[in-house]
Design a protein around this ligand. Structure first.
Ligand code: SAH
Ligand code: SF4
Ligand code: F3S
Length: 473
């Protein structure tokens, strides 16, 4: 959908008020996050960088002097959402201008990286565009934008952005809760033929062991109990350990498990090609590594897997799952699927359904193939008609939903550890999280936020489980 964008001179100021029109008092930033957990983490780090520069965060858009849309480019719908939001913001900005109030609009994230100055052309409300590799320069870009310039900053920075991003204050970390994300790896060298990530996030980069350990220690000191390590290809993470040898994700998990206070570890998203022996051993030997693994396969057809450049066959994936399940029998699986990739026949789709039947997922995400500009998939012939994609998606989702419900039902009557995360919606209740990421609702007498308590599941809620604390389990 085209929005009300007009073509205009990129150098022309857009009516952003200069400093002398700016109201007194501290500035506020509102960040709206689209897409994956990586963007959630990045939004926090951007807020941290701006906080160091005098911007406090607000959850109310009407209070904000700076509005950032941290965007996702993975499917067409995700990218287009941004332009409709920018249309709304243009109106808001015009109203603000009449009141003489500053309002800067920035686009960050994967659409920023993919489209750069095109965004300024399509969306007149936008003052700044900053790609994921340059977030440490954000305060500087904002300063320039406040003086009325429109800025695009999408070069891959030579300096390590993580070295330059300020760490949040302990109180701020504590405010964010008892679970946290920690990006350990960014970018992707796999070039699946449907995917924009290698273009929007660049090539694979791993953060150093020391950076990761010190960030995890800070989180633990602020009361965080559960850390989820993030990467577009998180199990491709590697780095030099303090012993001088090359570490993979498995070794890193063992190291992080030693940090006092850290009671739970997770990682996402991993690629089947990078599940090595050490990582499987971590699932066997590390109790703090949660028995839940998101391991996307995308398709059950070898022909389609090849066309997608996934670099493995369906049988390789199933064999890998056997090994992981042998190592950790209570592990539950989650996956991602694409239906309607170019050339996908009914028989190919049936292969996917068969694979899902065989695996039995505890949860999964499934999508209709969306051709993305610049990817090889978009150039392929034999695109699948939309109504067939719809039909396949519906069938696949029905099967996956059934499996998800069966998995949840299998937990009724079972007892397991639950991390109490936040107050419940109803008074007297608190919400915890199961090892498999489901919300677990219990009476507040079960424990306080941050406690890990044994809970016996009594019944199913719509998207949650109800349980009661079990003493001395
Ligand atoms: N790195 C992860 C995936 C990141 S993208 C991996 O390799 O599995 C998250 C999910 O979005 C993918 O797993 C895929 O299922 C889906 N996806 C990516 N590109 C897509 C496209 N062009 N159309 C539809 N779904 C897509
Ligand atoms: Fe995209 Fe494939 Fe890389 Fe995952 S592994 S981010 S799907 S290119
Ligand atoms: Fe989207 Fe970028 Fe994440 S394209 S899924 S926000 S890496």
């Amino acid at each position: 959908m085209e929005t009300d964008a007009t073509i205009e001179d990129l150098d022309a100021p857009t009516g952003a008020p200069t400093n002398d029109r700016v109201a007194e008092g501290p500035k506020k930033v509102f960040v709206k996050t689209y897409g994956c957990q990586m963007n959630v983490y990045d939004s926090q780090r951007m807020s941290d960088a701006l906080a160091a520069d005098g911007y406090s965060s607000t959850e109310k858009i009407e209070d904000a002097d700076l509005i950032l849309l941290n965007t996702c480019h993975i499917r067409e719908k995700a990218a287009e959402k941004v332009y409709s939001e920018l249309g709304r913001l243009r109106q808001m900005k015009n109203e603000r201008a009449l009141q003489g109030r500053e309002m800067l609009v920035g686009v960050t994230g994967c659409v920023a990286q993919a489209e750069g100055s095109e965004i300024l052309r399509r969306a007149p409300a936008v003052d700044l565009v900053v790609g994921p590799q340059t977030y440490h320069r954000l305060p500087d870009v904002v300063k320039k934008a406040r003086s009325g310039r429109r800025i695009v900053e999408t070069e891959y920075a030579i300096e390590d952005k993580f070295e330059h991003l300020p760490q949040p204050k302990r109180a701020e970390l504590a405010r964010r809760g008892v679970t946290a994300f920690l990006t350990v790896q960014e970018g992707c060298d796999k070039f699946c033929t449907f995917c924009v990530v290698p273009y929007t996030r660049g090539s694979e980069v791993s953060r150093s062991v020391s950076q990761i350990v010190s960030e995890a220690e800070r989180l633990a000191e602020a009361g965080v109990r559960e850390v989820t390590l993030l990467g577009q290809n998180v199990n491709a993470w590697h780095g030099e350990g303090p012993d001088g040898t090359e570490w993979g994700l498995g070794r890193l998990l063992f190291r992080l498990a030693e940090i006092p206070g850290i009671a739970r570890l997770r990682y996402t998203t991993s690629h089947p090609r990078d599940m090595d022996d050490d990582l499987i051993a971590a699932h066997r030997d590390l109790r703090v590594l949660m028995p839940y693994l998101h391991l996307p396969v995308q398709s059950g057809s070898d022909r389609i897997l090849k066309a997608m450049n996934r670099q493995h066959k369906a049988a390789d994936y199933l064999r890998l799952l056997d090994r992981i399940r042998q190592a950790r029998p209570d592990i539950a699986l989650s996956g991602d699927f694409i239906v309607g990739f170019p050339g996908e026949s009914d028989a190919d789709f049936e292969d996917t359904m068969r694979l899902v039947e065989e695996v039995q997922y505890a949860s999964a995400y499934s999508f209709k193939y969306s051709p993305r500009p610049g990817t090889p998939g978009a150039e392929m012939s034999d695109h699948v008609p939309e109504d067939i994609k719809d039909d396949r998606l519906q069938k696949l989702q029905a099967l996956l939903t059934r499996q998800q419900n069966e998995f949840a039902a299998s937990l009724v009557g079972k007892t397991f550890e639950t991390l109490i995360e936040k107050p419940g919606r109803k008074a007297g209740q608190v919400v915890g999280r199961s090892p498999w990421l489901q919300p677990v609702i219990v009476d507040e007498s079960a424990g306080k936020i941050g406690d890990i308590v044994s809970v016996r599941i009594t019944r199913l809620g719509t998207n949650s489980l109800y349980g009661e604390a079990v003493q001395g389990h």
